[in-house]
Design a protein around this ligand. Sequence first.
Ligand code: SF4
Ligand code: SF4
Length: 387
Amino acid sequence: MNHENKLYCSIAMGGWAEIGHTGEPSKSPNVNGDVYPCCPGWLKDDTNPAGYDFGNIYKDKWEDVWNGERAQEFRKSILDGSFKYCNENLCPHLQNVHSKPNVGSIESAPVVRKMKDIELLYEERGEQHRDIIEKQLTELSLAPDVVKMDYDRSCNLSCPSCREDLITPRGKEFELIEKIQNSVIKVIQEGTRKLYITGTGDPFGSATLRKFLLNFKKKDFPSVKTIRLHTNGVKWTKEIWNKMTDLHGLVTDAEVSIDAATKETYVKVRRGGDWDQLMENLKFIPSEVPWFGMSMVVQDTNYKEIPQLIKLRDKLVKESGNKSIYVYFSKITNWGTFTDEEYEKKAVWKESHPNYSDLVRILNENVKKSYWQDRFMGTNMTDLLRD
Ligand code: SF4
Ligand code: SF4
């Protein structure tokens, strides 16, 4: 590969720390404080089926994790352009490399750029990357730009696509989560800019994360400029939000995984959810969060409601006055909660599914590849879209 086409990933080079994920999300709380440079599912490592980890925040010293041998070996694989621990079939950033300048905020800027476009990346993701490339640095500042808090699987729901039963850690498991959180807080205080809460459970349904949000004071985290909440939205009530005043204005980005556009379907796909309460919450959340989204894990039970979810999005835009509301449709994945046979029935995006052509028709009537920027609509089913 010539130098011009060599790739560089800004997330890999100090941009991201994902803490707690083990890659075994089917049953127990499964938290252990392992640290990954991005989503473990996008990484590959012969010695760890969960993905390439840097070490453990709970067992090891942070400097030995973040700048240890494994972290430096990983960063070398980015700087030499081999990306040998990255799975290009699964990493969306590797599938979205282009030369166009970013039109939105830092959050929408491409994560991976070719060396010929590297000046754009410096502009979008920060001048520290110039230093990293010029000096070929593998030892970095101790503060990851973004910390993704994935060390707790607790949730108030038990969606069949995600887990078999409610997960509510108690006793020793709960204590471990609290200890991991205390270690994570110290890392954030080194100078992290953004928090992402959470990819494994629910920020309001988890006792540990809820406590963190309720106690959050800006003065204790002066470097934190923005927070993304990823939630099912049921427990994000006006009452609890009014108790989280230091978060107002700081939560600039939120996604509610709604998975349905009618109560009837909602109760099937979001086991334990409360549709009426969620609709009540959606009356105020979109006007509190500048970049707000609703997502759907598309499956046999809900794919017909794709157009209705888009209509719900349009209704929320009108009611809240917030034009930056998006919808996102993703393929259902088998996290080990379905047998192979059950999964084949759910996975309507597979060509072998009897409703596949109906899904393709509905998607193409409602979503276009180009919609992500101008119509606030996206999907990872672009292979099913005609344009
Ligand atoms: S898998 Fe993707 S996001 Fe992760 S380090 Fe590699 S290129 Fe970057
Ligand atoms: S709301 Fe999200 S985290 Fe909770 S059970 Fe459902 S899919 Fe899993």
